[in-house]
Design a protein around this ligand. Structure first.
Ligand code: TYD
Length: 148
């Protein structure tokens, strides 16, 4: 059965497999296993100066898993209705983001590295970088994030 059917269609933190070893730990992500999409691209953000922010955009179709493979950072996500902040500070935790989520990454610790595994090749047309356009689309579409 496809993982997609059971996977929440909203931002959710997932705990990835950890393989303990006296020589060190190992964590793994496989497409359609821990994540509900096929992997098209991997990139990472690092050397972020203190106080800087990244993100400030959403995606039309792209799905994503973000991991602080070293250090820590905060990710604020909104669907235009509900806003949540997730802290990533463990190399075996990931934040899954479906399409339609505006995100802002901040509080990067010194030496942090934010790894992203995403479902589509890079395409600037696939981004929404204008917050007003994002809100207009969100109003038409409706909420994604479950309120607690
Ligand atoms: P962007 O996705 O805006 O990074 P962030 O989410 O941190 O704000 O990308 C920053 C710049 O890098 C932008 O000019 C596009 C470019 N870029 C690529 O060329 N290829 C890629 O795969 C990514 C993710 C970004």
């Amino acid at each position: 059965m496809a993982l997609r059917e059971n996977f929440p269609n909203e931002p959710v933190k997932i705990t990835l497999p950890r393989i303990y070893d006296p020589r060190g730990s190992l964590t793994v992500v496989e497409e359609q296993n821990q994540i509900p999409f096929d992997i098209a691209r991997v990139y990472w953000i690092y050397d972020v100066p203190g106080g800087e922010e990244r993100g400030a955009h959403s995606h039309r179709k792209l799905q994503q898993l973000m991991m602080a493979v070293s250090g820590s950072l905060d990710i604020e996500v909104t669907d235009g209705f509900t806003t949540k902040v997730f802290t990533l500070n463990k190399p075996f935790e990931g934040l899954y983001l479906p399409p339609g989520i505006w995100r802002r990454m901040f509080n990067f610790s010194s030496g942090s590295c934010l790894l992203s595994i995403v479902s589509l090749p890079y395409d600037e047309k696939e981004y929404i970088r204008d917050y007003d356009e994002f809100i207009e689309n969100a109003r038409k579409r409706g909420p994604i994030i479950t309120q607690e």
